[in-house]
Write a protein that binds this ligand. Structure first.
Ligand code: HEC
Ligand code: HEC
Ligand code: HEC
Ligand code: HEC
Ligand code: HEC
Length: 314
């Protein structure tokens, strides 16, 4: 396929109260310029704060203006709130549609030719933009997935996934429109990915409402079998990024409850309970949390008797 190559060159107007302005290019692999208005899908996502994402906003960028030097600029309708702090990120997704000729001459019609989700950081109040921490690497995922591509193939970079799959994100929109059973399912990134790959071993159902807006529906991940040992955390993780202590200030995962309220799972517990769903493990994690503070590091921290690296030795 000719390919779609995105690059975000510059982000201005990221200060509190302003609308971010994004300068980007869209080319094919040959370096020839593609016109954003001709793409069936081209969207920009702005998310903040990078310390731990809370807000994500997605806008159609096909009406971006040509700058005359081959790049395009798009001004978000969304304004960074006046009380926002820290840094933010902008990511890009999109595709063209092409017909491919097979060696035997047959035509495969209307294939999506998808670009890799380029992500760039900008300052809101920070002196220098602070990039989001990297706990996993897409290269690791692709050892198995070859080319991980979700949401109609358009999303393919873990750095982009985390922008939306934040601690408060859930499937209420698709669940509502498909008239699914409430409460909604949290899709916080660590929970979603730990649970998907625990699959058949999870011991409780894990159903997310997804699909396209036109055809939303339930996706049941409970038959997935991980081709490996989940205790080998570095199959996905950057070494060390999977062990407490975690960076300070991470947000608790919000789990929607049947009565409409939210249960807050603290950051370490939320990661562990993605795989450890059995009792008394859950009760143990609750017991070891007091007033929203987790004491896990005392026993499971790096170098401790029950350090994550020790207890997951195979
Ligand atoms: C050791 C192999 C392996 C690794 C590493 C791995 N996966 Fe998977 N993953 C699988 C298998 C097997 C399935 C189930 C595929 C199926 O049933 O179609 C799966 C399913 C998924 C699914 C649900 C199906 C889909 O494609 O939408 C997502 C999303 C996913 N993985 C994301 C990730 C991410 C993100 C990473 C890296 C952080 C990752 N995977 C790392 C093997 C792996
Ligand atoms: C622009 C925001 C956004 C980005 C970027 C994003 N997601 Fe999602 N994702 C969602 C939302 C919201 C849901 C909840 C269900 C829905 O609305 O489709 C979801 C649901 C899912 C689901 C379950 C439902 C389904 O349709 O399969 C999987 C798996 C998933 N995302 C994986 C990923 C992965 C992996 C990435 C990165 C490669 C990613 N997502 C990037 C917003 C996003
Ligand atoms: C199939 C892929 C996969 C495997 C295997 C995996 N994780 Fe994860 N883990 C993830 C993803 C994806 C995230 C979310 C990353 C992010 O927020 O950037 C995550 C996040 C975490 C976090 C939170 C890190 C942070 O900075 O917020 C911890 C802790 C963690 N995992 C522990 C583990 C442990 C312990 C193991 C092994 C026993 C493990 N994980 C195995 C995919 C995986
Ligand atoms: C990706 C999945 C995954 C994640 C995330 C994960 N574990 Fe595990 N853990 C396992 C598996 C698999 C075993 C082997 C026993 C089993 O199958 O339950 C295990 C075993 C253990 C054991 C040894 C006791 C036993 O049940 O065999 C401890 C202790 C433990 N994990 C603690 C943690 C802590 C603390 C965290 C969070 C920081 C965590 N785990 C996160 C998958 C995971
Ligand atoms: C006082 C020490 C201590 C503290 C604090 C502690 N744990 Fe544990 N935890 C243990 C011991 C001991 C085990 C059992 C280890 C074994 O069987 O190898 C365990 C087991 C676990 C397991 C595996 C349970 C299973 O059966 O699958 C998880 C998950 C876990 N702890 C998570 C946490 C989390 C999350 C926190 C913080 C909220 C925490 N622990 C705090 C000592 C502790």
């Amino acid at each position: 396929m000719p390919g779609v190559v995105f690059e975000i060159l510059k982000i201005t107007g990221g200060e509190p109260g302003n609308n971010p302005v994004v300068t980007f290019t869209v080319k094919n692999k040959q370096g020839e310029r593609l016109d954003p208005s001709r793409l069936p899908n081209l969207r920009l996502v702005v998310a903040w704060p990078t310390a731990d994402y809370k807000i994500a906003v997605e806008e159609d960028a096909r009406k971006a203006k040509a700058s005359g030097d081959g790049s395009y600029t798009y001004k978000f309708k969304y304004a960074i709130p006046s009380d926002a702090t820290g840094s933010g990120a902008v990511g890009i997704q999109g595709f063209t549609v092409v017909d491919i000729k097979k060696p035997n001459g047959d035509l495969i019609k209307a294939q999506r030719d998808v670009g890799f989700n380029f992500v760039r950081y900008f300052s809101i109040t920070d002196k220098e933009p602070m990039p989001r921490r990297k706990a996993v690497k897409i290269e690791n995922c692709n050892v198995c997935h070859l080319k991980l591509a979700t949401h109609g193939e358009m999303r393919n970079n873990t750095e982009f996934c985390v922008m939306c799959h934040n601690a408060g994100q859930n499937d209420h929109e698709k669940r509502d429109s498909a008239k699914g059973r409430m409460p909604p399912q949290s899709v916080h990134y660590k929970r979603l990915i730990h649970r998907i790959h625990t699959g058949a071993n999870l011991g409780e159902p894990f159903v997310v409402y997804g699909g396209t807006p036109a055809k939303p529906g339930a996706i049941d991940f409970s038959d997935i079998r991980f081709p490996g040992d989940r205790r080998n955390c570095v199959k996905c993780h950057v070494p060390g990024a999977n062990e407490p202590p975690l960076p300070a200030g991470l947000l608790p995962t919000l789990i929607p409850q049947p009565d409409g309220s939210m249960k807050a799972l603290q950051p370490i517990t939320s990661a562990c309970v993605g795989c450890h769903t059995a009792e008394p493990a859950k009760l143990h994690m609750e017991t070891m949390t007091f007033n929203g503070q987790e004491s896990c590091v005392t026993c499971h921290g790096v170098g401790r008797s029950f350090a994550v690296s020790k207890v997951h030795q195979r």
